[in-house]
Design a protein around this ligand. Structure first.
Ligand SMILES: Cc1cc2nc3c(=O)[nH]c(=O)nc-3n(C[C@H](O)[C@H](O)[C@H](O)COP(=O)(O)OP(=O)(O)OC[C@H]3O[C@@H](n4cnc5c(N)ncnc54)[C@H](O)[C@@H]3O)c2cc1C
Length: 491
């Protein structure tokens, strides 16, 4: 009889409870059936159609593929064969899995729980038909459903959630699990696995558990203490950039917390600890994951504040295209969108700026932005992405109030004061004076019959730069319009 580990968004060997439980189960079998051989195999399912319907970015699929290859090698060295199968949709697993289990005589399967609705539904269906699967909870440091208010409910405000979350975390041993000892002789190096899915190269990002661990250690050693002061400045590159690895589980949140506490043991209990702000980001990650489990409608494109589903968005397609392509005429917005398009990643401050700009200045439905992000991001993650978008649009749980509209000009001068980030991604502006970069001039656009105004418009464009557009909206009037429309979100 054999044991199976089903890998999903936990593409790692270290601190992987499903791996440890599977190995322990297999070894336990040996004590009850001494004549048998402990055998563990692993499984990864490629789901191209489901991924497409979830808008998983081709760059993230490539990153996953690279990690599945690395995992196959790591597993082989432990004596475990990785089976990779393609089943286009999650639902296909229902038909395929029972036969796979019988044919291979798997006695028990171990897999990690996932917080998203479709994933949970699939797993429940597999349990309902009686498959011997143990789903272990390990995608959070504190499991969803365990950080509750006095009435036993999920918090709807982040600050008390994070306080309780820190208390619970401080009462636990934050000790990541080691990779278990091999279960059998090492297997030959596996053949390269290639997914039959749309991919885009993720080579800008180094792959591997070892690499993620190295980034984490370097960050805790060199950057975490300045994080609170420097995290909002995109040009400083002072955040961990661990999100691509966390999103697909190459590293666990517990490993992140343990590393921070290794350098700053007081990180969970002392508000003045240099690690406190970064640890708080791990709490944000968990807040949004817990919300996804507590409120399944969040996985289905619904606003947390139900009034959000009745907002009359403008949804102007040409403005959306300008936003996606980084040609809104607001240099900070455009630089951010170009960073996303070129690298598959965007700095957190800029995610807030561009999301506010799309939903408030342009009054475009947050779901359009959420979807575009997901299609581009290497760290695409339903919980964090949905949480971030709904926070920005004002429709979310503990969201930015509808009347608070980021001023892109102020955000630009405050967080990219020497415009070095902007100049990197919008090089056509590099010779302009700083003031012109931070305060682009809006020129009212009229239709073609107003040749004189269009003439002025063209002239200004030439003055600013030969190719860079003038802002597509005027800040003050866009702000006023947003507040009027979004006041319908008032509770
Ligand atoms: C509109 C919008 C969309 C977003 N979409 C995603 C997404 O799809 N995937 C994603 O991982 N993050 C998303 N975020 C959150 C955040 O921007 C990224 O996690 C962060 O920029 C990743 O960079 P880092 O790894 O250097 O983070 P660090 O600052 O080093 O933080 C460490 C880790 O904490 C977590 N984290 C940090 N900030 C947040 C946050 N605000 N919400 C949830 N988790 C957080 C991430 O896992 C991150 O890797 C989004 C934020 C906004 C405003």
């Amino acid at each position: 009889m054999k044991t199976l580990i089903w890998f999903r968004q936990d593409l790692r060997l270290a601190d992987n409870l499903a791996v440890c439980e599977a190995f322990a189960f297999a070894r336990q079998q040996l004590t009850t059936k001494p004549d048998s051989i402990a055998q563990v195999e692993a499984l990864y399912i490629v789901s191209p159609k489901q991924w497409q319907s979830h808008d998983v970015a081709p760059i993230q699929i490539d990153f996953i593929e690279r990690h599945v290859n690395i995992l196959a090698q790591g597993l082989a060295s432990l004596g475990v064969k990785l089976n990779v199968v393609t089943l286009p949709w999650f639902d296909d697993v229902m038909d395929w899995m029972p036969g796979f289990i019988v044919d291979n005589q798997f006695e028990q399967i171990f897999a990690s729980q996932e917080p998203e609705f479709n994933e949970r539904k699939r797993d429940q269906q597999l349990l309902d038909i009686g498959l011997p699967i143990t789903f272990v909870a390990q995608d959070c440091i504190i499991n969803a459903g365990e950080v509750n208010n006095l009435s036993g409910q999920m918090y709807k405000v982040f600050t008390p959630f994070s306080k309780k979350w820190r208390e619970i975390a401080a009462s636990k041993m934050i000790a990541p699990l080691s990779v278990p000892a091999p279960i059998g002789a090492a297997l030959p190096i596996p053949a390269t696995i290639e997914f039959d899915a749309t991919k885009r190269s993720s080579k800008l990002w180094r792959a591997g558990e070892g690499e993620a661990k190295r980034i984490l250690d370097q960050f805790c050693l060199n950057k975490i203490q300045e994080y609170q002061l420097e995290r909002d400045f995109p040009a400083l590159d002072n955040t961990s950039k661990l999100s691509p690895y966390l999103a697909i589980g190459v590293i666990s949140a517990k490993q992140c917390l343990a590393a921070a506490l290794n350098y700053y043991p007081e990180g969970l209990v002392d508000d003045t600890s240099p690690a406190k702000t970064w640890i708080n980001e791990l709490a944000w990650r968990e807040f949004y994951r817990h919300l996804l489990v507590a409120f399944p409608r969040l996985s289905k494109g619904k606003s947390f504040n139900e009034k959000g589903d009745y907002v009359v968005w403008r949804n102007e397609k040409t403005e959306f295209a300008a936003w996606c392509e980084g040609r809104t005429g607001f240099p900070i917005v455009d630089a951010a969108m170009r960073q996303l398009n070129q690298t598959g990643w965007m700095h957190n401050r800029l995610r807030m700026v561009v999301a506010s700009f799309l939903t408030k200045h342009l009054l475009i439905d947050w779901r359009w932005g959420e979807r575009y992000f997901r299609q581009q991001l290497i760290d695409g993650d339903l919980a964090a992405n949905n949480g971030g978008w709904q926070w920005s649009a004002g429709t979310g749980c503990d969201a930015q109030p509808y009347f608070r509209v980021f001023n892109p000009m102020n955000q630009s001068s405050k967080f990219d004061p020497d415009a070095s980030f902007i100049k990197k991604y919008v090089p056509e502006l590099k010779n302009l004076p700083l003031k012109a970069i931070h305060q682009p001039t809006y020129i009212e656009r009229f239709d073609d019959s107003r040749q004189d105004t269009m003439g002025l418009f063209t002239e200004k464009l030439v003055e600013n730069s030969s190719v860079y557009p003038s802002p597509i909206v005027e800040h003050s009037s866009a702000r006023k319009r947003a507040i009027e429309v979004l006041s319908s979100l008032k509770r």
